[in-house]
Design a protein around this ligand. Structure first.
Ligand SMILES: [Zn+2]
Length: 646
């Protein structure tokens, strides 16, 4: 390894004896947080004193890209140091990071670290493989109006993280904690007093609230006397369009508003205060950088240790397959070399980010050599990363399985696996924004309970090959009571896109609602037979089998799912229900209890356990279990109601 820059400079100034050989690491990811909405990046209206102080006391990285503006894949990159073509998680809600993947948490855990994660949203929860290497993984989002929630606020995340950190700070082993705040994601509804203070700018209010909560965590570490022996790293997972280039949120396009993320690292014994790094960097650099700061070896990956000379003189890459997988539009990727940016799309773009920070003047086509050099740089990163992915997948799979996955386009890619050569024929997402807006409005109409059939009929006419438009048309028809029309929409969609998970999900719900349980089972079996690695197939199959009263098979499906997603509360509950029907009361109880261990507010598990214990005449045990869940869920109202009702 080349000369390490800046390391050890301040060791003497530390004041607490020798610098830590294996420091603690606190990684905080701020979902959906644009760099330019933080004070440290020049925003004058931001209220982010905590982030700004970390940057001032450590290093601020000025030009960091997310590898993709999508939560699950971006976090998979943070944890593995790999770009999405290598780790294979290229869209939200579809693919799981394989259990064999080497993650920062797994490497640190093997080196003796205590590891704990506390996440704010379903998109980074256990089913997506991000729990890899974490001894504690807290993704219990609690309930609202008696139903499971899929996100929680920063203070709720902190309420779980703080006791763990207090214990870890007292422990002999160093700790690695990952804390994820989802607040800045839309809808923007900051709590008081941020709601009042940021009435006109609620997005900034959410960021201010997350920043203040981060401050509480840092204070706790300071009071425990470990802050100056802890690497504190705070990063955004992607930005937010807020209307920039026509995108309101994130995922579709790759302009700076969506891909430029904040990153600050504080480690006072090695990083001099006030350091500013201007060269391009990526979130894939975090895992190798943090492993190096912890003096723990990390495998060769796409990212690099940011404190090695030349680290920020490299090209960086970003991509999104959201438009391709959901809408059948073109995938988009981009490369940054120095200050130049190339966006590869049916209508490519080139920008000089210093001369034209707003990306208003597309330079593509004006200098063929400059275009070609960037295009080549992009292809080189993407190819290297894909090869890396195929190699690691090959190491984890037997030849048959690998060949099968490759034939389906699932190795080194996430979803439909279309050839790049087809990309040019697809719609450029930036040219489809009007349809995209109508789609978003139609979806809101469905969610409000309004009739949206006309909107989606128009969209399907405008873009007949678009899977998401057809899916929503089915939903709108179902909402109108036209079950036959909805079923026809879904079946047609599955015929066209046999790996489109949401179509299976909607059709299965429709069939189950009509009591056609055997047909729902057949549907999931058909998807499974395609060799799919889509997340959730086993759970949905187990659920369908339970509805169809096939308990043995349901148990097998749940067990198969638990193999790739150990500790998954939903699968544990499905398995427990199957066991209960088969008369295996002890196994059923163990399953419910294991589910409550990972999610104390899981009402399916709690209701199952209470009913089972009551049936066995163990009312006292049921009451004790419910009380434990009340404590562990910080008094979740629905859990409290269950406990009171025993
Ligand atoms: Zn996100």
């Amino acid at each position: 390894m080349r000369a390490v820059v800046a390391l050890m400079l301040l060791a003497a100034a530390c004041g607490r004896g020798a610098p830590p050989e294996h420091p603690n690491i606190l990684l905080v990811t701020l979902d959906t947080t644009r760099a330019d909405h933080l004070g440290a990046y020049g925003s004058t209206s931001a209220a982010t004193p905590v982030f700004d102080r970390i940057a001032k006391e450590g290093a601020l990285f000025e030009s960091v890209w997310t590898p993709t503006p999508l939560t699950t894949p971006a976090h998979a990159s943070v944890m593995t140091g790999l770009y999405p073509p290598a780790h294979g998680v290229r869209n939200n809600g579809r693919m799981r990071l394989p259990a064999e993947a080497t993650t920062l948490a797994s490497v640190l855990a093997s080196a003796g670290y205590a590891t704990g994660a506390f996440v704010g949203a379903f998109t980074v929860s256990r089913p997506f493989g991000l729990a890899n290497g974490f001894q504690t993984f807290d993704d219990d989002f609690g309930t609202e109006k008696g139903r499971a929630r899929s996100e929680r606020t920063a203070d709720q995340v902190a309420a779980r993280a703080l006791p763990w950190l207090a214990k870890a700070a007292d422990g002999k082993a160093p700790f690695f904690a990952w804390v994820h705040f989802y607040d800045a994601h839309d809808p923007y509804v900051p709590p008081s007093p941020y709601a009042e203070r940021f009435r006109a700018r609620p997005y900034d209010g959410e960021i201010a609230f997350a920043d203040a909560t981060l401050g509480r965590i840092l204070n706790a570490l300071r009071e425990a006397g470990v802050l100056d022996r802890t690497v504190v790293v705070v990063a955004g997972d992607h930005g937010e369009g807020l209307g920039d280039h026509g995108e309101a949120t994130h995922g579709l396009l790759l302009y700076e508003a969506m891909v430029h993320v904040p990153l600050a690292i504080r480690a006072p014994w090695v990083i001099p205060a006030g350091r500013r790094v201007t060269g391009p960097a990526s979130l894939v650099d975090l895992a190798p950088t943090l492993a190096a700061l912890a003096h723990v070896p990390f495998p060769e990956v796409d990212g690099t240790n940011l404190f090695v000379e030349g680290a920020t003189a490299r090209d960086v890459f970003t991509e999104t397959r959201f438009a391709l997988e959901e809408f059948g539009w073109a995938e988009v990727s981009a490369v940054r070399r120095g200050t130049m940016k190339w966006i590869e799309a049916p209508r490519p773009e080139r920008y000089d980010l210093v001369a034209d920070a707003r990306e208003a003047e597309n330079l593509a086509g004006r200098d063929r050599n400059a275009d070609a050099a960037l295009r080549k740089a992009l292809a080189s990163i993407s190819t290297t990363s894909s090869r890396r992915g195929t190699r690691s997948a090959a190491a984890a799979l037997d030849d048959d399985a690998l060949a099968k996955l490759q034939s389906l386009g699932y190795v080194g890619s996430g979803g439909t696996g279309d050839a790049a050569s087809q990309a040019a024929a697809r719609r450029d997402p930036k040219d489809a924004l009007r349809d995209y807006d109508d789609y978003l409005q139609g979806t809101e109409a469905i969610n409000r309970g309004d009739d949206a059939v006309a909107i989606f009929e128009r969209l399907v006419r405008s873009d007949p090959e678009n899977p998401e438009f057809r899916l929503r048309l089915g939903q709108a028809r179902r909402a109108r009571g036209d079950l036959g029309g909805a079923e026809a929409s879904y079946r047609d969609l599955i015929k066209r896109y046999p790996d489109f998970y949401l179509a299976y999900r909607r059709l299965s719900a429709l069939l189950t609602g009509e009591g056609r349980t055997a047909e729902a089972v057949a549907l999931w079996r058909a998807l499974q037979a395609r060799g799919t690695r889509l997340v959730g197939v086993e759970a949905r199959l187990a659920e369908a089998l339970l509805a169809d009263e096939k308990s043995e098979e349901a148990l097998a499906a749940a067990a198969a799912g638990l193999k790739s997603s150990p500790g998954d509360a939903e699968l544990l509950v499905l398995g427990a229900r199957a066991n209960e029907r088969l008369g295996h009361d002890a196994e059923a109880l163990a399953g419910y209890e294991a589910a409550l261990e990972s999610r104390p507010s899981d009402l399916g598990a709690l209701d199952g356990a209470i009913a089972l214990l009551k049936r066995l005449g163990r009312r006292e045990d049921a009451a004790a279990l419910a009380r434990r869940c009340v404590d562990r869920s910080a008094g979740d109202p629905a859990v409290r109601a269950r406990a009171a009702g025993i």
